[in-house]
Design a protein around this ligand. Structure first.
Ligand code: DGP
Length: 124
């Protein structure tokens, strides 16, 4: 799938739509999910135009990949969830129900998260 430069996260990166930023560096922006599913629910995105995890893993530079992985850990510690535990999840493509076509990692925490894929989370 070709990258759509008008997707909502591209617009957030350009400053066209407000967001609650929790972390930013050269390669990464992280902000609070508009519809949080847990007390901590942060979206961590690369600044580069990658549609999904698959494209990011194949085409991003080592520096971009390292920055995103390191950022998730830094944010988890800054949010105070690292000790109790947290979940990192990315939806890639249609079967995973990815809604926004700009690669993003969800960071969930702040409560007991239950099983990884409870039946009610599965799309019908
Ligand atoms: P996914 O299904 O993995 O593509 O999740 C997309 C997430 O993006 C979903 O949890 C809601 C969030 N989201 C969608 N639009 C906006 C927005 O304009 N601002 C913020 N902060 N989050 C958004």
């Amino acid at each position: 799938m070709a990258y759509d430069p008008n997707n909502i996260f591209a617009r957030i990166l350009r400053g066209e739509i407000p967001n609650t930023t929790v972390y930013e560096d050269e390669h990464v922006l992280a902000f609070r999910d508009i519809n949080p599913l847990t007390p901590t629910h942060v979206l961590v995105i690369p600044k580069g135009p990658y549609v999904d995890y698959d494209q990011f893993a194949a085409e991003a530079s080592d520096a971009e990949i390292a920055a995103l992985v390191r950022a998730v850990g830094k944010i988890a510690r800054a949010e105070g969830v690292a000790e109790a535990g947290y979940r990192v999840l990315t939806n890639c493509g249609a079967d995973a129900h990815q809604e926004v076509p700009h690669f993003h990692v969800h960071l969930f925490g702040g409560e007991r998260l239950g099983h990884m894929l409870p039946k009610q989370m599965k799309a019908k």
